[in-house]
Design a protein around this ligand. Structure first.
Ligand SMILES: Cc1cc2nc3c(=O)[nH]c(=O)nc-3n(C[C@H](O)[C@H](O)[C@H](O)COP(=O)(O)OP(=O)(O)OC[C@H]3O[C@@H](n4cnc5c(N)ncnc54)[C@H](O)[C@@H]3O)c2cc1C
Ligand SMILES: *[C@@H]1O[C@H](CO)[C@@H](O)[C@H](O)[C@H]1NC(C)=O
Ligand SMILES: *[C@@H]1O[C@H](CO)[C@@H](O)[C@H](O)[C@H]1NC(C)=O
Ligand SMILES: *[C@@H]1O[C@H](CO)[C@@H](O)[C@H](O)[C@H]1NC(C)=O
Ligand SMILES: *[C@@H]1O[C@H](CO)[C@@H](O)[C@H](O)[C@H]1NC(C)=O
Ligand SMILES: *[C@@H]1O[C@H](CO)[C@@H](O)[C@H](O)[C@H]1NC(C)=O
Ligand SMILES: *[C@@H]1O[C@H](CO)[C@@H](O)[C@H](O)[C@H]1NC(C)=O
Ligand SMILES: *[C@@H]1O[C@H](CO)[C@@H](O)[C@H](O)[C@H]1NC(C)=O
Ligand SMILES: *[C@@H]1O[C@H](CO)[C@@H](O)[C@H](O)[C@H]1NC(C)=O
Ligand SMILES: *[C@@H]1O[C@H](CO)[C@@H](O)[C@H](O)[C@H]1NC(C)=O
Length: 531
């Protein structure tokens, strides 16, 4: 049993001590407030879960993907509100403010540091999983999607209407669109169409006063801030209006693998000069991990070169033969398929029915149970010995489930100004490194070993990556780079992590924050501070 009942004896002893006044817990006042401020108290009670409700654990677990945060020591919410109506969200904001409780908004629950569902202070979760309508308008090439919808649902609903339309965002289908666009959002169409936030044209939003506003009524500064400034700082996004992009009915998906002994490191070294210069229609990524070698008891490093081309195999092969002959890409390494199938392949589910994308509770098979992530930006190619120093760490025991993903930049990313949205990582980046170390839930007791591995690899990389600031991607949230104080955080202290995520956009984010949430109600370990 996960949350053992308080032993009866202890309760009696405590009751004897405090019998003069059975203290009212803060969340009881909060619950009373909710029922008072609801126009329909019977319906709000159906969306409130406390530890006393038998379904509390299953509601909490429903999108608790990173099992690093499924331990008995992980702080849990006093209350989970799973609204079905906007008025219930408004009541939750009002009553949390009144009774001094923090709220954490959860859409898809993928925050790498668990900030949408755990906190070190008493808190309430607003879980948006009932807000998941996806409304695709193919004639106008737009879609209104509610924040709790998953990327899988959105991709499925677009493709079922027109296989030649898509939305540029991440690969893994269980990610929530609410948090994803809040942090920018990058995926296979990055070099052709930019970030998810670059492709949003309107939003429905609730501010700290419970006002429901859209792009026009919120104004361009707040609309700018919510498309990449990070979730949980400004208010609650209820829905996004997405601008859909054109893709061919079939795309080309290719994969080539090389171990270290097949010049894998040399090929990665060359890739650094090539990938960011390829036409916008090519997304060429590399996944690097440690694997058992053919000699028993020894390990090697495997580099998987995956590419997605918005065109045919016949067009792609000569292009790669000209630009990257050393890769030795052949027709056998490539397949033409619809973009939605390419998404399935990249989720590690090549042969499953597409309908699995509608099942928000089905884990992506290639994601490890517990994990920790970090990110870096590379502006100058790294030497072969520099790469070897990183890759050799992948054969450590702690890295058995670690992967490095090299994400190519260039293309349209070089042409969108750094201040177009809060996402500042544009021209001048060759690629991004995504460090992911995973482990089994049953090994959570050794979490420190895996965190140390990631931190040591990151420390080793210091001379090879961006400097002043050492840039990082907010959607790969990493509390190691700095956090706010639980009480008041100064702008200067927050700039330590803020400049890494946002560079010169950080100041404008703080200005918008000061304007829309002057009492800093929406806050967490890395929320935008007041100026
Ligand atoms: C396995 C895995 C793979 C990933 N791959 C990619 C990738 O390829 N590309 C990429 O860009 N990112 C990727 N991410 C990161 C992902 O985009 C972010 O974690 C994103 O914030 C998740 O959104 P969510 O709604 O699922 O998360 P949540 O945990 O629900 O939210 C994340 C943050 O946003 C806040 N928030 C949530 N909903 C709202 C809302 N409606 N309004 C305001 N604030 C809100 C939360 O409070 C929290 O601070 C990946 C994450 C994981 C775990
Ligand atoms: C949780 O328990 C409370 C108190 O018994 C009840 O009022 C509420 O309806 C329950 N919530 C749900 C979702 O059933
Ligand atoms: C979290 O751990 C509990 C207890 O071990 C388990 O019952 C539950 O299924 C786990 N949650 C998830 C999301 O796996
Ligand atoms: C409660 O108010 C919301 C709008 O604030 C409205 O949509 C809803 O229908 C109301 N519910 C009831 C039962 O009156
Ligand atoms: C599908 O979208 C493409 C644009 O990508 C457009 O050319 C085509 O006409 C659309 N087809 C239908 C049936 O709407
Ligand atoms: C790529 O194709 C070659 C044959 O041309 C084959 O030997 C190799 O196994 C293929 N690699 C992958 C990853 O499919
Ligand atoms: C590795 O590169 C060397 C030097 O370029 C070359 O001689 C050798 O054939 C390559 N090995 C493989 C397996 O491609
Ligand atoms: C790798 O080899 C070790 C033994 O050296 C073995 O325990 C492990 O299962 C192997 N892993 C895989 C994926 O084959
Ligand atoms: C897409 O590719 C598949 C598999 O190769 C093929 O069956 C289908 O006819 C192609 N569709 C189009 C529109 O080219
Ligand atoms: C969704 O996936 C889960 C876990 O894989 C499975 O148990 C469940 O039956 C699926 N639901 C549907 C409707 O397919």
């Amino acid at each position: 049993m996960k949350s053992p009942q308080f032993p009866l004896l202890t309760t009696l002893v405590l009751a004897a001590f405090f019998s003069f006044s059975w203290a009212i817990l803060p969340h009881e006042n909060f619950l009373q407030c909710l029922s008072l401020h609801s126009n329909d108290s019977s319906s709000i009670s159906k969306v409130i879960f406390t530890r006393k409700n038998s379904s509390y654990d299953s509601v909490l677990d429903s999108t608790l993907w990173n099992l690093r945060f499924n331990t008995t020591n992980t702080p849990k919410p006093l209350v989970i509100v799973k609204p079905t109506q906007i008025s219930q969200i408004q009541a939750t904001i009002h009553c949390s403010r009144k009774h001094g409780l923090q709220t954490r908004t959860r859409s898809g629950g993928h925050d790498y540091e668990g900030l949408s569902f755990t906190a070190k202070v008493p808190f309430v979760i607003i879980d948006l999983s009932n807000f998941r309508t996806v409304d695709v308008d193919v004639e106008n090439r737009v879609a209104w999607v509610q924040a709790g919808a998953t990327l899988g649902e959105i991709y499925y609903r677009i493709a079922e209407k027109n296989n030649s339309l898509a939305f540029p965002s991440a690969v893994f289908h269980t990610i929530g669109i609410g948090g994803h666009i809040s942090g920018g959002g990058i995926g296979l169409l990055l070099r052709k169409y930019g970030t998810a936030g670059d492709n949003v044209v309107d939003a429905q939003f609730i501010d700290v006063n419970g006002r429901v506003i859209d792009r026009k009524s919120m104004g361009e500064d707040l609309f700018w801030a919510i498309r990449g400034g990070g979730g949980g700082s400004f208010g609650i996004v209820l829905a996004w209006k997405l601008s859909l992009v054109s893709i061919p009915a079939n795309v080309t998906v290719c994969s080539v693998t090389r171990v270290r002994e097949q010049n894998g490191t040399e090929l990665v070294h060359q890739w650094q000069y090539i990938a960011h210069n390829l036409p916008d229609e090519v997304y060429s990524t590399v996944l690097v991990s440690g694997v058992n070698s053919t000699q028993p008891g020894t390990k090697t490093v495997l580099a998987i070169f995956n590419s997605l081309f918005l065109g045919t195999i016949d067009e792609f092969l000569p292009l790669m033969e000209q630009r990257f002959p050393e890769l030795g890409l052949t027709r056998q390494n490539c397949t033409e398929m619809s973009y939605i199938r390419a998404i399935m392949v990249n989720n590690g589910m090549p042969n499953q029915p597409l309908e699995i994308l509608l099942n928000g509770t089905s884990r992506v098979p290639i994601v490890s149970p517990s994990y920790k992530a970090k990110s870096d930006y590379v502006k100058e190619p790294i030497s072969i010995s520099g790469l070897n120093g990183l890759f050799s760490r992948l054969t450590d025991d702690a890295a058995a489930m670690a992967t490095l993903i090299l994400i190519p930049y260039g293309g349209i990313m070089d042409r969108i100004p750094e201040n177009a949205t809060p996402f500042p990582h544009r021209a001048g980046n060759l690629y991004k490194i995504f460090y992911d170390v995973g482990w089994l839930e049953t090994d959570n007791i050794n979490t420190q070993k895996y965190l140390d591995w990631a931190r040591n690899a990151y420390s080793y990389m210091t001379p090879f990556v961006s400097k002043s600031p050492r840039e990082a991607y907010i959607n790969f949230r990493d509390l190691d780079i700095g956090t706010n104080n639980i009480g008041h955080t100064s702008y200067a202290k927050a700039s330590i992590w803020g400049n890494k995520y946002f560079k010169d956009n950080f100041r404008k984010l703080a200005q918008v924050k000061t304007m829309v949430d002057p009492q800093n109600f929406f806050k967490h370990e890395q929320s935008i501070p007041l100026l």
